[in-house]
Ligand binder design. Structure first.
Ligand SMILES: CC(C)(COP(=O)(O)OP(=O)(O)OC[C@H]1O[C@@H](n2cnc3c(N)ncnc32)[C@H](O)[C@@H]1OP(=O)(O)O)[C@@H](O)C(=O)NCCC(=O)NCCS
Length: 327
């Protein structure tokens, strides 16, 4: 039994924030942002629009592509680090919005690696026979955690959702190998310090903006390239392949320079690397499913193609996978 991706969809909020708009908010420039990150604009959720809303929109498109309705789904998983609520899960809210009463629902939080962690888990569940059809979303409203006075972070992120249907198949399609990792003692490199059980919110923490995302960009950068390269070689090796066998690499979209450095070390030509960071910025767990959806719609994925995924993010976590494309 295999677990093929049979549907895909993505959604980004209508509101676009360009680099020129950011020049009005913090001391920055279009030139700095583009040359350091490759980002030209990002989409920002409307007031009151949260992660479940975006995940639902992407999910509906994925269901349509797969020729299914919400009633056909056994399980809904949302990979997110920006849930609508601490309780219940965002997936439970998506289940209600989609009207999928027979589907189980849970969230997966591995920060920017959430989608890859969830794809690995869900594919194993489908291959094990416990579920047949899963709606897997990667969705984030990172804008709600951004400090709009901190130019080191606010220019980098955006909001979006991507979704795939993972379905049981007797054809050798879907995830063939995966490797999941986490680097000890690196939590402080990328975190939201307060607002949950360790540091409940109080006025002092609010005044210090500890409810907002903080990052040591240079340190994250160093770990990112190394872990994506090592992870990629590991998952390719597991299935007896090398970077030369990769038809399309879909990396986490955090910074164009990280993507280029990773591709260079792997010797995967940039023409075979999917990049959309200029349009969305870093949308955390949404980057890979949005990229899958865009790549499929653009005709860049063909039946039987070897697709390499690599991601890294808060934790610090990292993840990689090799997938054979096709319904
Ligand atoms: C954040 C990042 C883009 C910074 O790029 P960089 O090339 O390391 O930047 P540099 O260290 O050369 O420059 C930093 C300088 O630019 C300044 N700077 C930071 N953000 C800026 C901005 N938006 N506009 C203008 N200047 C900025 C800093 O204040 C610093 O100035 P200083 O040297 O006077 O203190 C880069 O480190 C990065 O992408 N890291 C990974 C972050 C990431 O991927 N996080 C998500 C993980 S999922």
């Amino acid at each position: 039994m295999y677990a093929a991706i049979t549907g895909w969809g993505h959604y980004a909020p209508e509101k676009v924030l360009t680099n020129a708009d950011l020049e009005q908010i913090v001391e920055t420039s279009d030139e700095w942002i583009q040359s350091r990150t490759g980002i030209k604009r990002r989409h920002i959720a409307a007031p009151g629009q949260a992660t479940a809303d975006m995940a639902t929109r992407a999910g509906l498109l994925a269901l349509e592509e797969a020729g299914l309705t919400a009633k056909d789904i056994d399980l809904i998983v949302v990979a997110t680090t920006t849930p609508d609520l601490l309780l219940p899960s965002t997936a439970a809210l998506v289940q209600s919005k989609l009207d999928a009463p027979q589907a189980g629902a849970f969230d997966m939080n591995a920060a920017c690696c959430g989608f890859m962690y969830a794809l690995s888990a869900v594919s194993a569940m489908v291959r094990g026979g416990g579920v047949r059809r899963v709606l897997l979303c990667g969705a984030e409203t990172i804008s709600s955690y951004l400090n709009w006075e901190d130019r080191n972070t606010c220019v980098l992120f955006g909001d979006a959702a991507g979704a795939v249907i993972v379905e049981a198949s007797d054809q050798p399609r879907g995830l063939q190998s995966y490797k999941l990792g986490a680097i000890p003692n690196t939590a402080e490199m990328l975190w939201v310090k307060a607002g949950a059980t360790l540091r409940p919110m109080n006025q002092e923490r609010l005044d210090n903006k500890e409810q907002l995302l903080q990052m040591n960009g240079a340190e994250v950068f160093k770990h990112a390239v190394r872990s994506m390269v090592d992870g990629s070689l590991n998952v390719l090796g597991q299935v007896g392949k090398t970077p030369a066998d990769v038809d399309l690499m879909i990396p986490h979209q955090a910074n164009l320079r990280i993507i280029e450095a990773t591709a260079k070390r792997l010797e995967v030509p940039m023409e075979q690397v999917f990049v959309n960071i200029h349009e969305y910025g870093n949308t955390s767990a949404a980057t890979i499913p949005v990229a899958i959806s865009e790549a499929a719609r653009a005709g860049r994925l063909h039946d039987g193609d070897t697709v390499l995924f690599a991601a890294f993010g808060g934790g610090l976590t990292w993840a990689a996978g090799v997938l054979t494309w096709g319904k």
